[in-house]
Design a binder for this molecule. Structure first.
Ligand code: G
Ligand code: G
Ligand code: NA
Ligand code: MN
Length: 253
């Protein structure tokens, strides 16, 4: 497969980079954390977004090596911000293929120790597919990660197989409302009801709730009224390179 070959070559040639999108506290407007998002700086095609290559990387299994690079890069960056006196929790997306093989917990522990990062400054975003594939296995992994002090978040909530029972069963600190619901919440009463329900559920379960894909002021306003904790989205900022993130969001002014 040509793309697979190009991806492997790209990793060797250091063409991958992480961009960071801020998350804003809806109660006080302050930046609270960020999500690391993978970008491929292709010499001819320019900046390639993950939608164009994550699927293939998962099919071929390359996501395991690529995801490991992402994890190390994110931990290294979070540690650098921590050591500069401007700590900021960084969230990393994990693919199911990274989650199941036994090495993940040891690898996370090793990275935290190598870079001297406080565990609470690393957040792992899991998808519902990770939870349903092998629920007992996933629960065991999550408990081990929690024992390290890492935070666990459920990404794209509402789009998958969302068994509500899972929210109670798994040790999650955060739920992220998928941006497809946010996009239509001001025009579609059903989506507005879904968003409202997810926020109420998260609050009842004492989990933090984050809305993603917020593009409009009216969405932000509505989310704040509903009691949503944080948002991320183009209304505030897209994902930006680390240096820009540091200059815009972490430098004391
Ligand atoms: O950045 P963008 O909106 O194009 O991301 C598209 C999708 O790619 C999102 O669903 C996001 O979760 C996923 N993604 C971004 N970065 C990573 C990563 O480092 N690892 C994995 N597994 N998925 C990622
Ligand atoms: O699935 P995941 O939540 O990891 O996806 C995050 C992706 O959403 C990133 O690729 C990011 O670029 C994208 N994204 C972030 N904010 C917005 C937004 O306000 N609108 C849209 N359409 N996409 C967004
Ligand atoms: Na994500
Ligand atoms: Mn998401």
């Amino acid at each position: 497969l040509q793309l697979d070959h190009a991806l492997r070559q790209g990793l060797r040639a250091q063409q991958f980079v992480l961009h960071y999108q801020p998350r804003i506290d809806l109660h006080n407007g302050q930046m609270r954390s960020c999500e690391a998002l993978l970008r491929w700086q292709h010499p001819e095609r320019g900046l390639v977004l993950p939608g164009e290559f994550i699927g293939v990387a998962e099919e071929t299994g390359f996501i395991v090596a690529l995801g490991d690079w992402v994890l190390e890069q994110a931990v290294r960056q979070a540690a650098a911000w921590q050591d500069a006196g401007t700590p900021c929790p960084v969230a990393v997306n994990l693919s199911a293929l990274q989650f199941h093989p036994g090495g993940l917990v040891m690898r996370v522990q090793q990275l935290l120790s190598t870079y001297g990062l406080q565990a609470h400054l690393l957040e792992l975003e899991l998808t519902e597919s990770i939870l349903i594939e092998d629920a007992d296995e996933a629960l065991a992994r999550m408990q081990e990660l929690r024992a390290l002090g890492v935070r666990l978040s459920l990404d794209d909530f509402g789009t998958g197989y969302s068994s509500l029972g899972y929210l109670k069963r798994f040790p999650l600190q955060q739920i992220k409302i998928d941006r497809s619901f946010i996009a239509t919440m001001h025009s579609d009463a059903v989506d507005a009801a879904i968003v409202t329900s997810i926020i109420q559920l998260a609050r009842a379960l004492k989990m933090e709730v984050v809305a993603e894909g917020v593009e409009l002021e009216e969405q932000r306003q509505h989310l704040r009224e509903l009691g949503c904790d944080q948002y991320q989205g183009f209304l505030c900022s897209r994902a930006v390179p680390a240096s820009e993130f540091h200059a815009c969001w972490l430098q004391p002014r």
